[in-house]
Unconditional design. Structure first.
Length: 205
């Protein structure tokens, strides 16, 4: 949570003597040193020196809230340049792959036959209308059979005849609708396969 702000006392002096150590050089650049780094440096370099102790090192220092680490802030300029080079190489490779994929696909074939919103709405309306017509035909047939057999027929016979007639009409209408829908799809597929040939009829110049 806290770091040690490097003042102008003994701590800065000792860290400047250890500039060859990356931990010390980074701490000097950031003007702060963490407790962990200070403990490591003290144990490695100053632990056997009776003239140096933590109290003297921290005498001219203050506590400071830890700064949020920025990814890559400790990278050297050479490493950053290499990363940038690799990033550009990757972008170039992605671009070449995209061009290669486009060259393998004939022009005008991508998303050429994807339905539009209006086409989808039209198809939904057609299907709803077809279902409504089928149900209307079934209920009309059932009512007609029930009406015709209203006199001289037992109730259970009338119910069986109505159910049988309704199911028969439902199957017939569903079969007719499937045939109609299949024919429409075949016509659409045939229309998509047609190639538009453009010719120059007359030149103005």
């Amino acid at each position: 949570m806290f770091d040690i702000a490097i003042g102008h006392g003994l701590l800065r002096q000792k860290l400047e003597e250890l500039k060859e150590d990356r931990r010390a050089s980074v701490s000097l650049q950031q003007e702060v040193v963490s407790f962990e780094v200070l403990a490591e440096l003290y144990e490695q370099y100053w632990g056997d020196d009776t003239n140096i102790n933590l109290e003297k090192l921290l005498a001219s220092s203050d506590l400071r809230f830890k700064r949020k680490r920025v990814p890559g802030e400790e990278y050297t300029e050479e490493f950053k340049a290499e990363l940038e080079k690799l990033r550009w190489v990757q972008k170039e490779q992605e671009y070449q792959d995209m061009i290669r994929r486009d060259s393998l696909v004939p022009a005008g074939t991508l998303n050429e036959h994807d339905p539009t919103i209006s086409e989808i709405n039209k198809e939904i309306k057609e299907q709803v209308a077809a279902v409504f017509n089928v149900l209307l035909t079934v209920f009309g047939t059932v009512y007609a059979v029930w009406y015709v057999t209203r006199s001289g027929w037992d109730i259970h016979i009338r119910i069986i005849l109505c159910l049988f007639s309704g199911i028969l009409v439902l199957i017939a209408d569903a079969a007719m609708y499937n045939v109609y829908y299949r024919k429409i799809e075949e016509a659409r597929a045939l229309e998509r396969k047609k190639k538009v040939v453009k010719k120059v009829i007359k030149r103005l110049i």
